[in-house]
Design a binder for this molecule. Structure first.
Ligand code: AHR
Length: 491
């Protein structure tokens, strides 16, 4: 029996709903085909943007969407993506498949898309190959209300009112595809570029500095020391690969060995956040600077025959577990983690949606995001676990992974991932300081570790009702199926 204690006396920080954010890059079929089909497409659309995708995204209440990259951001000239389509210059997307980008999806389209799905925009600026002036003008174009060259140009292009731009990233992976800079050099560049990211009128921009790759603790230290006072957020990128960057592993063709190793590597996110937090705490004990995990998720080998630069991959029950575990980890670190953006929205890496022509399906990851919406802006509760172990090949990881919160209506939600693919998890959960009378639950699970949704069978995995929980004398007793993500609601 696994024991959990949810302490309702110990209400902690608010779980920033932006932890449930997403990322959309000009990469493969994320933008073109996934979001944008053009106004003349037979696929039902609103000003060129797919209606089915819009509707599905509204349903999971996406709070924030990052764009236009990724590596693409540091090659992007925003001026190429405004004005009449026929006049927009093309460019080569050198990072992602070497395809020609026609720039039909630009600033106006992205900001309209955010409006349509109800998300706040997080725009990532170009430090790698762009100038300070270009970045300054982009911000002016989007957010300045008065008369100015850029605001007038915006009006000429059909948009009278300025937009509200909430988040702005100053470079992406500046230690790699964003310019191969050293930490000290980037810290100086960050200081310079961010100076010109202006707040016009009421528009207050949350400035995000490029943070470390995975466990580059020196990068965090240098950035916090040299520029910590000039930033609102510092990013962190960590992807889960079953293998390594040469052979990442298959998205669908795997067994228990790959399941185990992938989940073990997913749990590493916790250690990473703890260690980066320790450094941030030294320079910023008041926790003014948020840790922004703006790229996370699974990364597998692309299927044979597909353009390897398109990073298209299937999504299985294993990805549902990866999502559930990461989201629990972010919830539990919500004192510092203020935003996270899974990579990427549609058709790329750990996507919540896959499309093929006019067809669309929701992945297991989508369903986990949907179940976890209950944690958005709720208050984190202290949760203690006396865990069991899941052992494979002489290695061990904890069997379950948990977070819990209390919402504004006073309902408690406990999200539990059972990592063991062979064994149920019997749970005895003490609800300390809460007289819960009723428990209901939802679940994502499947027959096989690699079960998936396909266009032929799009609902092989979906959310089902979880009935296996009762409440007795302040204790919640539940039996979770093997390999499952369960969200319980107690009221
Ligand atoms: O998400 C795919 C790529 O991964 C992004 O463009 C880049 O920032 C990261 O390396």
């Amino acid at each position: 029996m696994i024991k959990i204690k949810v302490n309702a006396h110990e209400k902690k920080e608010i779980i920033n709903k932006n932890i449930y954010g997403h990322f959309s890059e000009h990469l493969g079929r994320c933008i073109y085909g996934g979001i944008w089909v053009g106004k003349d497409s037979p696929i039902p659309n609103t000003d060129g943007m797919r209606n089915d995708v819009i509707e599905a995204l509204r349903d999971i209440k996406i709070p924030v969407l990052r764009w236009p990259g990724g590596c693409f951001a540091d090659e992007y000239n925003w001026m190429d993506g405004i004005g009449p389509y026929e006049k927009r210059p093309t460019m080569i997307n050198t990072h992602w498949g070497g395809v020609t980008e026609n720039n039909h999806f630009g600033t106006h389209e992205f900001l309209q898309f955010c409006d349509l799905i109800g998300a706040k925009p997080y725009i990532n600026g170009n430090v790698g190959s762009g100038t300070v002036r270009e970045m300054q003008q982009w911000v002016e174009y989007m957010t300045f209300d008065g008369k100015s060259p850029m605001a007038d140009l915006r009006r000429e292009n059909g948009r009278e009112e300025p937009w509200k731009v909430d988040f702005f990233g100053i470079g992406n992976e500046s230690w790699g595809c964003g310019g191969n800079m050293l930490a000290e050099y980037y810290a100086d560049e960050y200081r310079r570029y961010q100076t010109y990211v202006r707040n016009f009128g009421d528009n207050k921009i949350y400035k995000i500095a490029c943070g470390p790759s995975v466990d580059d603790y020196n990068w965090t230290d240098v950035l916090m020391k040299k520029a910590g006072k000039l930033m609102d957020g510092l990013s962190l990128h960590y992807y889960t690969l079953p293998g390594d960057w040469t052979v990442k592993g298959s998205a669908v063709d795997f067994g228990e060995e790959e399941w185990f190793i992938t989940l073990k590597k997913t749990l590493f996110m916790d250690e990473l956040i703890v260690k980066h937090k320790e450094i941030m705490d030294r320079y910023d004990p008041e926790k003014k600077v948020g840790l922004i995990v703006d790229e996370w998720g699974s990364w597998y080998d692309t299927e044979p025959g597909e353009n390897p630069g398109f990073l298209h991959q299937q999504n299985t029950l294993r990805d549902a577990l990866i999502a559930g575990i990461n989201l629990n980890i972010f919830n539990n670190h919500c004192d510092r983690v203020q935003m996270a953006n899974i990579a990427q929205l549609v058709n790329v890496l750990q996507a919540v949606i896959l499309t093929e022509g006019e067809k669309m399906l929701l992945t297991p990851t989508y369903h986990v995001f949907k179940m976890y919406t209950v944690h958005m802006d709720a208050q984190l509760l202290e949760t203690e676990v006396e865990n069991a172990e899941y052992a494979y090949n002489n290695e061990k990881i904890p069997q379950i992974n948990v977070s819990s919160s209390i919402d504004s209506e006073g309902k408690i939600h406990i999200s539990i991932c059972n990592l063991n693919p062979n064994q149920e998890a019997e749970i005895d959960c003490e609800l300390d300081g809460f007289s819960g009378k009723k428990v209901t639950g939802k679940m994502v699970s499947a027959e096989q570790v690699n079960s998936k949704n396909t266009f032929e069978n799009p609902e092989e995995i979906s959310i089902t009702s979880f009935q296996n929980a009762t409440i007795k004398e302040g204790h919640l007793i539940a039996t979770l199926p093997a390999k499952s993500v369960v969200v319980l609601e107690v009221e």
